[in-house]
Design a protein around this ligand. Structure first.
Ligand SMILES: NC(=O)C1=CN([C@@H]2O[C@H](COP(=O)(O)OP(=O)(O)OC[C@H]3O[C@@H](n4cnc5c(N)ncnc54)[C@H](OP(=O)(O)O)[C@@H]3O)[C@@H](O)[C@H]2O)C=CC1
Ligand SMILES: [Mg+2]
Length: 365
């Protein structure tokens, strides 16, 4: 093993043992200066694969080309939306009855999450259920060149789980060599003027290459049946916030989220018909471009099998093109025990899209 690999191994090993973080009363561990040293993504990927060598290989997923008739002078913006499954919820609350406990071991599941991120190398990463931000994702992703922001839920259910690693929340990461942060807002969502337990992060970024600005937001709305009106109100509050941040839709917008709502729900309809002129990117994978995928999450709980479409990437349909989207896993790939599993770390699938602006400001396209 060369010096570089040894250094990487020690970097990953450091995050493998996060007991210091779980014992810390405020779950925040001071950043270690060693974490600032850059990591080569290929070497980290190899390191993750070494940890996962006893597990079945990752599933193959392909990008589907959606627009070949819109050449762009600038590289696309790759966005990943993913509810990664909070470690404390997966082990203590979710009741995934067909998922063996060994498949949930953080030391290995963490590597599966990193492997997924490293495989697609998104420019922007929008995550929900992050309960290992300070001890794992922030230090590692910052060494891969990302700038991160974390906004925990005010009363995270993770805190009810024994040996938890702190609250879960939304996290937003972007590649610093591609974007400059112009503006950032942490939003605690309200429902009918009442403060709720759900949050969002919205940031205005400027592309360093093109000089174009856009807003990117991440959210995780209230879960469970019976809460449809509550989610709808949270969605209205988020839309109102985004209206203000985008100066009335002047700034192009991408909203990633686990909305905990099927396309038939009111909150989905609010987003689809908003004056922000949004479209849902994954509809473009369907034959007519009008249907959402059949599922973005698939699990078996004590209450039975749950297969739902809850996760979305919304985008300003007049300002942005979806050039390609990562296809979903097939039922066969997911397997009879559903998710999470030994080869997929979350009960939600990652969604990944490549965006470009419809009009280049320099008129070259
Ligand atoms: N101390 C206090 O005063 C307060 C404490 N709390 C705590 O927060 C909890 C509720 O928080 P809230 O944000 O409203 O939570 P949600 O109802 O939004 O759900 C929280 C998590 O549970 C997962 N989940 C969804 N359905 C189920 C299910 N059937 N079984 C197990 N897990 C599921 C969700 O995952 P996914 O999105 O993937 O479906 C989600 O991440 C309370 O139970 C309490 O622990 C809340 C408020 C006040
Ligand atoms: Mg969950």
């Amino acid at each position: 093993m060369g010096t570089g690999t040894s250094r990487l191994y020690s970097a990953l090993a450091k995050t493998l043992n996060s007991s210091a973080a779980s014992q810390h009363p405020e779950y925040l561990v001071s950043p270690d200066p060693e974490h600032l040293e850059p990591i080569d993504p290929k070497e980290l990927l190899e390191e993750c694969r070494a940890v996962l060598h006893t597990r079945p290989p990752r599933f193959q997923r392909d990008f589907v080309d959606l627009r070949t008739d819109c050449p762009s002078t600038h590289p696309p913006i790759r966005v990943m939306q993913w509810n990664i499954l909070a470690q404390a919820l997966g082990e203590g609350k979710d009741n995934f009855v067909q998922c063996p406990v060994e498949a949930l071991k953080w030391e290995e599941r963490k590597c599966l999450i990193l492997e997924e991120i490293l495989a697609y190398q998104p420019d922007i990463l929008c995550l929900q259920e992050v309960d290992h931000y300070f001890d794992t994702f922030q230090p590692l992703l910052s060494r891969l060149g990302y700038q991160g922001t974390f906004f925990p839920k005010p009363w995270s259910p993770c805190l009810d789980v024994e040996h938890n690693n702190g609250p879960d929340g939304c996290a937003l990461f972007f590649l610093q060599n591609r974007f400059k942060l112009v503006n950032s807002a942490n939003i605690r969502l309200t429902a009918m003027t009442l403060k709720t337990n759900q949050v969002a992060i919205a940031q205005t970024l400027e592309c360093k290459e093109s000089g174009r600005q856009f807003c990117i937001a991440v959210t995780h709305l209230k879960a469970r049946t019976g809460w449809e009106r509550f989610r709808s109100a949270q969605g209205c509050d988020l839309l109102q916030n985004l209206q203000n941040i985008t100066q009335g839709a002047k700034i192009p917008l991408i909203v990633c989220g686990d909305f905990n709502a099927e396309p038939t729900e009111e909150v989905y309809k609010h987003f689809a018909s908003s004056s922000l002129n949004l479209n849902s990117a994954y509809k473009l994978l369907s034959a007519d471009g009008q249907s959402e995928p059949p599922y973005t999450t698939w699990k078996i709980r004590t209450s039975g099998e749950c297969r739902h479409t809850l996760d979305y990437i919304w985008y300003s349909k007049h300002a942005l093109n979806v050039r390609s989207a990562l296809d979903l896993l097939t039922e066969e790939q997911i397997g009879p025990n559903r998710l999470p599993s030994f080869n997929y770390p979350s009960d939600h699938l990652s969604l990944v899209c490549d965006f470009s602006f419809t009009e280049e400001p320099d008129g070259l396209s």
